[in-house]
Design a protein. Sequence first.
Length: 138
Amino acid sequence: MNINLCRIITLPKIHDSRGNLTSIESSLTIPFEIKRIYYIYDIPGGSERGSHSHKQLEQLLVAISGSFDVVISDGITSKRIHLNRPDFGLYICPMIWRNLENFSSGSVCLSIASLPFDEKDYYRTYKDYLKALESKKI
């Protein structure tokens, strides 16, 4: 996969004097059907999350509260994306390495995934990820 397939998706934002509302709908506001939702919170200062790639899973990451950086790589090119708005999500396609870092105090990262959890879908080391990329070039 190519890192340029990853992109920021602007989510709908309905403004009201009582507060804002953002909704996410399978295959409408995001390019996949939702199979799993989870969130990461109470992240200790200096901690990193992610540090893996998925073989098939597509993902949308949203900073529901606070901010954090997502560093993505396709084995050749890397990009750092700063997420700090609950109406922006970072779409990450399969076979992209991701690392989440620089979490602000009180930040919450929402993850929306195209597949249920399956350990077999992960590359847990960058070395294994690069090997997989190399084998797909045949």
